[in-house]
Design a protein around this ligand. Structure first.
Ligand code: ADP
Ligand code: MG
Length: 238
């Protein structure tokens, strides 16, 4: 059973079609990257999986059930946004536990889950700090920590590193790769950065104008790009 499956998915904004019949089966534990130029539909497709955009046509299956009409809160997915949007007046601990508290999880269980996430993300020394007393990379880890505690079926990332400077980006890329190894969770990650895609992905989905130009491992795409668009985008020598 696939973790997430898209079947002939389409998105129309009024009379404009921005997602044009996408089929994709994401396996449990896979790290999938959506790449493609600005405006090709990466964010829209990710938001449809999250339930933040309605699916105009087709089906979205999550863990074997038809989730096409489910609201975001029912899908069991964690969306990590580009802007961290942490609560500035709350400690790291409270930021990370917020959604559990809102869901009525008992304090002992909440503490256990927050401590576990803090350990995985190496945030233990910072649990009592406020977001403003953290570096950009640490804040990003807190944002990820907030979603880990909900033990999601999959993590969805939309260009999570694009606000960071180059050095931090490299560091966080490494952190996210480690996180994937540790959690063995399904991850779908949007970027327009080929290097990020080539280093993180199990499989890369290249989007071009709302349709899939090619799906394959970084190596497959590099060595056997399906067409000139993919070759140019991936930077392979075809
Ligand atoms: P990407 O993330 O790959 O840069 P997007 O998914 O944000 O691309 O956008 C894909 C296309 O859909 C673009 O042409 C964009 O202008 C259009 N689009 C995105 N959101 C909306 C919206 N709410 N209403 C109308 N058009 C939209
Ligand atoms: Mg986008």
């Amino acid at each position: 059973m696939s973790s997430i499956e898209l079947k002939a998915v389409e998105k129309w904004f009024g009379t404009v079609q921005v997602i044009k019949g996408v089929d994709l089966a994401v396996e449990q534990g896979e790290f999938i990257i959506f790449v493609g130029p600005s405006g090709c539909g990466k964010s829209t497709l990710l938001r449809m999986i999250a339930g933040l955009e309605e699916t105009s046509r087709g089906q979205i299956m999550i863990a074997g059930r038809d989730a096409t009409a489910e609201p975001p809160s029912k899908r069991g997915l964690a969306m990590v946004f580009q802007s961290y949007a942490l609560y500035p007046h709350m400690s790291v601990r409270d930021n990370m536990g917020f959604s559990l508290k809102a869901a009525g999880v008992p304090k002992a269980e909440l503490d256990r889950q927050v401590n576990e996430a803090a350990k995985v993300l190496k945030l233990e020394p910072f649990l009592d700090r406020r977001p403003r007393d953290l570096s950009g990379g640490q804040r990003q880890r807190v944002a990820i920590g907030r979603s880990i505690v909900r033990e999601p079926t999959a993590f969805l990332f939309d260009e999570p590193l694009s606000n960071l400077d180059a050095a931090l980006r490299v560091e966080m890329r490494y952190e996210i790769a480690k996180l994937h190894q540790t959690l063995k969770a399904t991850m779908i990650y949007v970027t327009h950065d080929q290097v990020e895609a080539m280093t993180l992905a199990d499989r890369i989905v290249v989007l071009d104008g709302g349709h899939i130009a090619q799906v394959g491992s970084p190596r497959e795409l590099y060595e056997r790009p399906a067409n000139l668009f993919v070759a140019q985008f991936i930077g392979s020598p075809r």
